[in-house]
Design a protein around this ligand. Structure first.
Ligand code: SF4
Length: 88
């Protein structure tokens, strides 16, 4: 079984996870919080977040994060100093 088949979002309105500009910023924030609340209880949050970070820029709430939050995670990953080879 694929991790996607176990996501709690399958039981929700898919639009909840894609807050967009047709609504005002306060409504986007509320919708984002509601989607994140679902993700917090999801059994596959780690897999979902890892997939979304690896996938690159994608819209929507995945693994309890917004694309902006994932972009920051990717930047931190790129900026992280390489493991020292002398550590072995
Ligand atoms: S973490 Fe959120 S977006 Fe990912 S599968 Fe679970 S409910 Fe869906």
């Amino acid at each position: 079984m694929n991790w996607r088949d176990r996501g709690l979002c399958l039981r929700e309105d898919p639009d909840l996870f894609f807050p967009i500009g047709t609504i005002n910023s306060a409504q986007v924030a509320i919708q984002t919080d509601e989607a994140k609340a679902v993700c917090r209880h999801c059994p596959v949050t780690e897999q979902c977040l890892a997939w979304a970070v690896d996938a690159g820029p994608i819209e929507g709430i995945w693994g309890g994060t917004t694309e902006g939050e994932r972009r920051a995670m990717r930047r931190r990953e790129v900026c992280r100093p390489a493991e020292t080879e002398s550590a072995a």
